[in-house]
Design a protein around this ligand. Structure first.
Ligand code: ZN
Ligand code: ZN
Ligand code: ZN
Length: 678
């Protein structure tokens, strides 16, 4: 862009203009008037604007009779490479354009219009003053007129002043007079401006808080300094973060009522889903909520019939628990099927969860559940899923045993715990009883007690009748909890929808990924087959008949390809060919890929992700009307655990009282450590 071209453009646009009859000027922050009468002045202005980090310059076109038009130039369009080079010659530090740079362009000339009236003008004025680094005071501050002067007017006689007034006809604000030049000097410029209010910070950081609900005030302090060049006190930022959270994520207590709207929206945009809000009919208080999206319900049919169950704490104002049922896809990725919000991990709630789960999971499939030994699950499972098998999570068992063995030597305790693992993994009944007998003998009475009510059908491979696919722990469920960590801080409806968004993104990403796979078997398991192939290639194989082979490994084993068994038991337990099987299958008339269960095939994997979770637009969210039927937040019981006793202060010591953000009581606890019933 050059000067003559700019003038040409203007004259083309407005017929009454001609190159000789106009003069141009523009305003840059802190400079009264920047004349643009020739090429040199124009290029100087560009350099200056660039060095100030200004992205946008407003050029005023003046006729002899007065201001006719103003036009805007984006510097992006005008930016020429030589200018940047010219700058480097006299400035060696890296240029940094602050995000607040545009604030300095908020106020430019007399006649400028503010459609939002006094409020918009004040907001723009604050940002302008913050960015230009000066302070001002209001002489008049009314809804129809605002006058502000530089704070240094008295002390240094600074003449900077602005006056803005509403037009009767439309209530717009117009700048009536503007004396743009400070005579107060650079030494009073500051990056600590009292005009940086929590409201201003709140609106500035709302995008950040939207993406990361866990944004901490100290992070924001850093961001404001780094990206905006502002020094803001922690208290202002703390308040701003709270305000931003409230305006974005809404109120925690209203969120329970929003669930009704949300449930309808789920059914409308994701037909085939299952949602259930359970509330107390007389008190209209929320009790629990269950949701499973259509894409997850249908997708689970293409996953192994294996479900991991676990619960996790919620961290919002009303706390509570999230219960989840998670599967694994053909590539061993997490596949969340359903989740629920309940007040606590009680017997009744787990039993209810399982009943709800029974409505979305195909009852004809023989499901294997892996979970903690929760009483509610133990009671409800035979009723809801009569053909299901229930495996206990080995990790939970181990920590139970560790607790039971408290007080004995640590090294010996570790030995007992790892023996428990050996018992669980042992594939043969004989071997299992040998190992268990030894463990009981070593652990004495307490070990005997531990195994008394622990049926081996639920935890030992040698007795387990379901299909665990080698999954010994419910870690998958815990990974799900970890995956939704941030969302657990949100009000209930926002949390549910945040999880839905996460699911939607993940399903879409995996769908795209799987479309690029050319193999028949999913990559994780293709790699496992390749490993087996490398391990087993040196072994001799003898054929007994079409199906049965002897593999001369050490020790040697028998593989029955038709029955899909190996005498090392790994094929049966993992549901996936072991090293022996891989080498035997290659000697047989069978195809290796056909000997792998279809759940591990890429085609089945694609089936699991063929369903789509659709967005739920929040534009239709109804506003809260207290006269309508409403679901109220639950009465929160005292959370489990001993209530913390207050420490007795020593004589003369004063305890600093803080107000808890959750229960609003004065005391010595905060939102995180709050154990008050509300
Ligand atoms: Zn001043
Ligand atoms: Zn084997
Ligand atoms: Zn509290």
């Amino acid at each position: 862009m050059c000067y003559s071209r700019l003038v040409e453009c203007l004259c083309e646009k407005w017929d009454e203009l001609s190159a000789g009859s106009i003069s141009l000027f523009c305003k840059l922050p802190g400079i009264r008037k920047c004349d643009l009468d020739n090429e040199e002045e124009f290029q100087n202005m560009l350099l200056l604007a660039k060095s100030m980090g200004v992205q946008h310059v407003e050029v005023v076109v003046e006729l002899k009779s007065g201001i006719v038009q103003s036009t805007s130039l984006g510097l992006v369009r005008v930016g020429v490479e030589e200018e940047i080079d010219a700058l480097r010659r006299f400035c060696h530090h890296n240029e940094k354009v602050l995000l607040s740079a545009s604030w300095a362009n908020g106020i430019t000339h007399v006649g400028q219009r503010f459609v939002g009236g006094a409020q918009e003008f004040r907001d723009v004025l604050c940002k302008y003053a913050i960015q230009c680094g000066f302070q001002f005071t209001y002489v008049k501050n009314e809804t129809t007129r605002v006058t502000a002067v530089c704070a240094m007017r008295e002390e240094r006689g600074c003449l900077w002043a602005i006056h803005c007034r509403a037009q009767r006809a439309n209530d717009f604000f117009y700048i009536k007079s503007f004396s743009d030049v400070h005579t107060c000097g650079t030494d009073v410029r500051t990056s600590k401006n009292p005009r940086v209010s929590s409201d201003l910070v709140s609106s500035t950081i709302s995008e950040i808080v939207r993406d990361k609900p866990l944004t901490r005030p100290c992070d924001v302090v850093t961001i404001l300094k780094r990206d905006y060049g502002l020094d803001v006190s922690y208290h202002v930022v703390w308040l701003a973060v709270e305000k931003a959270k409230a305006s974005i994520h809404g109120d925690h207590s209203l969120s329970f009522d929003q669930l009704r709207w949300y449930s309808d929206a789920v059914m409308r945009y994701n037909p085939g889903s299952y949602v259930n809000i359970d509330y107390d009919a007389s008190s209209q208080q929320f009790r629990r909520f269950f949701v499973s999206f259509a894409a997850c319900i249908s997708g689970f049919n293409s996953c192994r019939p294996l479900l991991f169950l676990d619960g996790t704490f919620l961290k919002g104002k009303y706390k509570g628990q999230l219960l989840a049922a998670t599967a694994k896809d053909g590539n061993n990725g997490l596949f969340p099927v359903a989740f629920a919000v309940v007040d606590s991990e009680t017997t009744a709630n787990w039993s209810w969860f399982l009943h709800e789960l029974g409505k979305v999971v195909d009852g004809n499939r023989q499901i294997t559940f892996i979970s903690d030994r929760n009483l509610g699950l133990l009671e409800a499972m035979p009723k809801v899923f009569p053909s299901a098998h229930h495996g206990y999570c080995l990790q939970h068992l181990k920590s139970n045993l560790r607790d039971r063995m408290k007080g004995i030597d640590n090294g010996f305790r570790d030995h007992l715990v790892s023996s428990l693992g050996d018992c669980a993994y042992e594939p043969t009944v004989v071997g299992f009883h040998e190992k268990l007998a030894k463990l009981k003998e070593e652990g004495k009475q307490r070990a005997h007690d531990f195994f008394k009510d622990l049926a081996p059908e639920h935890w030992a491979n040698s007795y387990f009748r379901g299909m665990r696919y080698g999954e010994m722990t419910s870690n998958a469920a815990e990974s799900f909890n970890n995956w939704i960590k941030e969302a657990r801080n949100l009000p209930i409806t926002q949390m549910v929808d945040t999880i839905r968004t996460q699911l939607m993104r993940q399903m879409s990403a995996r769908r795209d990924q799987a479309n690029k796979w050319n193999e028949l078997i999913c990559p994780t398991f293709e790699a496992r087959l390749m490993d087996s192939f490398n391990h087993s290639r040196s072994w001799q194989v003898s054929k007994a008949n079409e199906n049965v082979f002897e593999v001369h490994s050490i020790p040697s084993v028998t593989v029955d390809v038709a029955r899909r068994t190996c005498s090392c038991f790994k094929w049966q337990i993992n549901g996936f060919p072991c090293d022996h099987a891989v080498v035997a299958i290659q000697k047989s008339r069978y195809n290796l890929n056909n000997c792998v269960e279809h759940y591990f095939h890429v085609q089945t994997y694609r089936g699991a992700y063929s369903g789509v979770i659709f967005p739920i637009p929040s534009v239709e969210k109804p506003s809260f009307d207290p006269m309508d039927f409403t679901i109220y937040p639950p009465t929160v019981k005292r959370p489990p655990g001993r209530p913390k006793k207050n420490r007795i202060p020593s004589r003369g010591e004063k305890l600093k009282q803080i107000r808890c953000g959750r229960c609003d009581k004065l005391g010595s606890h905060n939102r995180k450590s709050c154990k008050e019933p509300i």
